[in-house]
Design a protein around this ligand. Structure first.
Ligand SMILES: C[S@@+](CC[C@H](N)C(=O)[O-])C[C@H]1O[C@@H](n2cnc3c(N)ncnc32)[C@H](O)[C@@H]1O
Length: 202
């Protein structure tokens, strides 16, 4: 992505296009059915391309030690405002930067997370790095648009194939992980969602 994409996202957040929202059911259900049963309480999680933090702040309220990473400082500012008055067990950490830099630097620094959330963000260069910065047993939660989104005529979501998953793509990329949940919607909108567990040290 060129720098102009980053500026466009910043402008959208500054214009108030993405106000604070409730978390998606994918995240609340993943918390209940996978994070809570499988991870030690207070495990570290990162929301990559997490925007204004409607997921990261909610997850922090559930007691997870959350890092919110996004290249839009405007988005991170909205998230910090939302988190500030909350009595969180662990303060929300915000990291401004391109996702590829965030994951490669985390890897170099030996920083590891119990879980990782990517919601409606795709940079294919980032994908192979994600399991590398999970602890063994850690969970990857991934949800974003597929190429079907365009075929189904959903007005929301990107049109550029660079930002659209191919059918089964997440299953192929993460075939070394234990797949706990996978779904693709094929009516109204095209969205793939994956929950996978890292089994080994890689
Ligand atoms: C569609 S929004 C999704 C925000 C949030 N995850 C959600 O589910 O609502 C995509 C987010 O990814 C961020 N983004 C896009 N490309 C990025 C990149 N290469 N590095 C870091 N953040 C990026 C944008 O700033 C934006 O906040």
């Amino acid at each position: 992505m060129a720098a102009t994409d980053q500026q466009t996202w910043n402008q959208r957040y500054l214009a108030g296009e993405f106000g604070f929202r409730e978390p998606d059911a994918f995240v609340t259900e993943a918390h209940k059915n996978y994070l809570h049963p499988l991870l030690p309480p207070g495990s570290a999680g990162i929301d990559l391309g997490g925007g204004a933090g409607h997921h990261a702040v909610w997850l922090a309220q559930q007691g997870w030690r959350m890092t919110l990473a996004d290249w839009s400082d405007a988005a991170l500012g909205v998230a910090r405002e939302k988190a500030a008055p909350l009595a969180l067990d662990h303060p929300l950490e915000t990291v401004q930067g391109a996702a590829l830099d965030v994951v490669t630097q985390s890897h170099e620094q030996g920083r590891r997370f119990g879980f990782m959330l990517i919601s409606f963000f795709l940079d294919r260069a980032v994908l192979p790095w994600l399991p590398k910065i999970l602890v063994p047993g850690g969970l990857l939660l991934y949800r974003t648009y597929t190429e079907d989104n365009e075929r189904l005529g959903n007005p929301r979501g990107p049109r550029n194939p660079e930002y659209l998953l191919r059918s089964q793509e997440l299953l192929e990329v993460y075939r070394g992980m234990k797949i706990l949940h996978y779904n693709e919607t094929v009516a109204n909108k095209g969205v793939a969602e994956l929950i996978a567990q890292k089994l080994s040290v890689r």
